[in-house]
Ligand binder design. Structure first.
Ligand code: FAD
Length: 402
């Protein structure tokens, strides 16, 4: 029998774990595996808030895909997916078209702007290595620009829209970075403002117990972060944001971290989507096209209570494991295993040496939580690249030059 053609789109958490598990488990001649990604590296989005703020080098947030895969078993194609044609079982890339027997879609998410005027044009978002390099450079540029135009104090105002996971982690790092930038550019720290705007009445990742939210906000306030809660950004302009309370905040930097939606390619391909994400069956397959597995931010998995699980790296990794196994079981004619999400907890960084979160039901905060966060990062590196990757990215890591 001819080997089945498996194509994996996206080398994020879901895609890369599917690929790594498959290369471990397949038997010779069972399948051919092609992994397609628009960059030749895998990046850890959970780490991006640091290079975005400039507190860590972006090299520590990415790993060359060729260091993760066994190229005798997986063919890596660096290209951008343009179109998925599920009825023809084909995928159109920038410079090629691939056919498949089984497809795994792990193309991640896109920024959700909720139709807020001007956001797409004027706000930056933290979603890739390129985006965080840009934000870091822009932040430094604002300090330099202020020194040339000291009448423009708004160059030193940073507005971050959204105080969930990404917004909180970024704001914590930025607050740590500001004193360094003030020293470098001879700026009075009292002139710098970090304003975190959030439409819901509380900050920090949803679902955290109230006492941890209060703790986290107190840590942030001590670092100089100002909150505007129960306040929505209604419009974004080149020089600031208009809020639902009528205020206009003039700012040199606007970061949007208010939401994501699934990759637009799925909707364009005719999949039934909700905010760009596809509701999958118990085995993470599309209901419309059972030869298409969908992982990570592109998928919606329902909890036993009937609500969708939040999209995060933890679930994407577990989906990668499940998808690899079910692909093999499909080929081997074995009954598939339903996906069961094992929620291990959530820990959000609040900047250097501070974090809050829960491990299952146990609350953690402060230095201990920050240590746990590091251990979670290390565990993931171990999973995809073993001890050598932990050494490279956490011990002998790339240092910032300024
Ligand atoms: P991704 O990891 O986003 O990977 C998608 C891949 O597809 C990327 O490699 C991308 O380059 C590639 N791709 C996209 N489009 C194309 C195309 N057209 N052609 C080819 N390749 C393409 N979750 C947590 O659990 N804990 C956290 O602490 C946490 N922190 C976060 C911080 C930030 C700043 C952000 C943005 C997210 C955070 N999340 C966190 C959420 C988490 O990162 C996502 O849920 C997770 O990355 C989803 O994994 P994925 O495999 O679906 O997609």
């Amino acid at each position: 029998m001819k080997p089945a053609k498996v194509v994996i789109l996206g080398a994020g958490y879901g895609g890369v774990v599917t690929a790594i598990r498959l290369q471990k488990l397949i038997r010779s001649g069972e399948m051919t595996i092609t992994l397609v990604n628009k960059h030749d590296y895998h990046y850890m989005t959970t780490h991006l808030h640091m290079p975005a703020a400039g507190t860590d080098h972006h090299e520590n947030a990415r790993v060359a895909i060729r260091d993760l895969i066994d190229e005798r078993k997986i063919q890596f194609v660096k290209s951008t997916v343009q179109q998925i044609l599920p009825t023809d079982k084909k995928v159109v890339l920038t410079d090629d078209t691939l056919s498949y027997d089984y497809l795994v879609v792990g193309l991640g998410s896109e920024t959700e702007t909720f139709g807020i005027p001007g956001l797409r044009e004027h706000a930056m978002s933290i979603h890739s290595i390129n985006s965080v390099r840009f934000i870091r450079q822009h932040t430094q540029y604002m300090f330099a620009k202020y020194k040339m135009n000291p009448q423009h104090k708004e160059y030193l105002t940073f507005v971050v829209g959204g105080a969930g996971f990404t917004g909180t982690e970024f704001v914590g790092e930025l607050a740590d970075r500001i004193p360094v930038l003030c020293r470098t550019y001879d700026v009075d720290p009292a002139l710098v403002q970090i304003i975190n705007v959030e439409a819901s009445p509380t900050a920090l990742p949803p679902g955290l117990p109230n006492d941890l939210v209060e703790y986290g906000m107190e840590v942030m306030r001590r670092k100089g972060v100002q909150y505007k809660l129960s306040t929505a950004i209604q419009a974004c302009e080149a020089d600031g944001v208009r809020l639902s309370d009528g205020q206009f905040i003039r700012a040199g930097t606007i970061i949007w971290s208010g939401g994501v939606r699934g990759n637009a390619l799925l909707q364009q391909a005719g999949f039934d989507v909700q905010r760009g994400r596809v509701k999958v069956d118990d085995y993470l397959r599309s209901w419309q096209y059972p030869d298409v597995f969908i992982t990570g931010d592109c998928s919606i998995v329902m909890s036993p209570e009937g609500t969708p699980y939040p999209a995060n790296a933890q679930i994407a990794v577990q989906q990668g494991y499940n998808t690899a196994r079910n692909l093999l079981y499909t080929l081997r004619g074995k009954p598939l295993r339903p996906f069961a999400y094992d929620y291990k907890g959530t820990v959000a960084s609040l900047g250097r040496g501070e974090a809050v979160g829960t491990l299952k039901v146990k609350k953690v905060k402060g230095k201990f939580a920050a240590l746990i966060k590091k251990m979670i990062d290390a565990r993931y590196l171990f999973l995809i690249g073993g001890i050598p990757l932990i050494w490279k990215k956490m011990i002998f890591k790339q240092k910032m030059s300024n």
